[in-house]
Ligand binder design. Structure first.
Ligand code: NIG
Length: 380
């Protein structure tokens, strides 16, 4: 079946060969999609089986959310409330979610995950990465990944999220479990492996062991790093050739230099810094150094319970010194780079026909009108 999205006032293609500037902007455009794949990007007025009239609005590629923790049960609103009253965030609440997630049935987790996926879709996101990491035992980590696979191909094994109850003071033993039986049970359901490299979670050697085991099992590499303070996460991610290092809230000049000299994407999660009252990273330094950057929601019950990429874009523009064009590109093409995908995050012949029609004449409104639901329609 052929679909034409017609009468587009402003089209963001993310391909400079197709239009103006780095976003490849085309005015008065249409996009023709055949069997889910873009076959042409041209002027308005093309013919097809089905037609969506954008009525002069802006159309952009669907957002690519390269960092979420969607499969979980339980609620941590009280933790958030306490934080807003002054309690610091230290990641310890992960154990609270772990208890609730282990206790939930498959059907309960499936319903919760489906609702969050639907929310992401309504918010304009068409590609979603989902991590495990709220089960922290062999059977339940594999179970949550099996559930995640029902919703996305971009699944990540995050057994090294936090030392679970029962392993206090025995982090190395837990890492042996993660790198051994847990990885064996989880690898068939995961594309990626990840670890939380942070004081209070896992140190650089433990994270290196996790990444090396994951690579040996055929998984791609990603890392949580430099979220709550300066640390070795970014350098480790670059050393290991991770596709992405996520958070990057605290970066030294050496970290930025390492990122710039690598193809590891720096993925910023500004809704996390918002929700944990961390300072925002200075994305300008990272971009000006030449590194590739992405924006993601980090949707999870503890540090960032939002599915709104628009909110992340607005924060990145307001508080991280990104231009609106850079932020929109980081939420689309940047997310695709962080997932090593070339078929999403752009609207070019051959790419996936995943697109968002805004209730606005330009993508600038995503930052200019924060908090306003500007996603008129998500097409996937
Ligand atoms: O990316 N940093 C580690 N993991 C999540 C937080 C999870 C939680 O607090 O439940 C994050 O922020």
């Amino acid at each position: 079946m052929t679909l034409v999205v017609d009468d587009i006032g402003l089209l963001v293609t993310n391909d400079p060969a197709l239009g103006a500037g780095p976003l490849g902007l085309v005015r008065d455009a249409s996009v023709v999609v055949d069997d889910g794949v873009v076959v042409s990007v041209g002027s308005a007025g093309q013919v097809a089986d089905e037609r969506i009239d954008a009525e002069g609005a802006c159309v952009l590629p669907g957002f690519v959310d390269s960092h979420t923790h969607l499969v979980f049960a339980g609620d941590r609103a009280e933790e958030f409330t306490a934080r807003m009253a002054g309690s610091p965030y230290d990641g310890g609440g992960i154990r609270v979610t772990t208890e609730a997630t282990r206790a939930a049935s498959d059907d309960e987790l499936r319903v919760l995950t489906a609702a969050r996926m639907a929310e992401l879709h309504r918010a304009g996101t068409t590609t979603v990465e989902v991590k495990s990491g709220y089960a922290l035992d062999v059977d339940d980590e594999a179970r949550t990944l099996r559930l995640a696979v029902e919703f996305t191909d971009e699944t990540t094994f995050l057994g090294a999220h936090l030392v679970p109850i029962g392993y206090e003071g025995r982090a190395d033993e837990y890492i042996d479990l993660v790198c051994g039986p847990m990885l064996e049970a989880c690898a068939p359901h995961a594309r990626w492996i990840d670890a939380f490299c942070e004081t209070g979670a896992f140190d650089v050697d433990q994270c290196r062991a996790v990444l090396e085991s994951g690579r040996a099992a055929g998984l791609g590499l990603r890392l949580h790093g430099n979220q709550l303070g300066h640390g070795p996460g970014v350098q480790l991610a670059v050393e290991m050739g991770c596709a992405s290092v996520d958070h990057c809230t605290y970066l030294t000049d050496a970290d930025i230099g390492a990122l710039a000299g690598s193809d590891t994407v720096a993925t910023f999660l500004p809704a996390t810094d918002f929700s944990t009252r961390q300072p925002y990273p200075d994305a300008r330094r990272v971009i000006d150094a030449g590194a590739t950057v992405a924006l993601a929601t980090n949707c999870n019950p503890g540090s960032s319970f939002t599915t709104s990429m628009s909110f992340c874009i607005a924060l990145a523009v307001r508080d991280m010194s990104m231009t609106i064009d850079e932020a929109v590109q980081a939420a689309t093409l940047g997310g695709a780079a962080a997932l090593r995908r070339t078929d999403v995050g752009r609207l070019t012949p051959g790419s996936a026909g995943h697109l968002v029609i805004l209730d606005a004449p330009s993508h600038h409104h995503l930052a200019y009108r924060p908090g306003v639901p500007l996603i008129r329609q998500t097409v996937r």
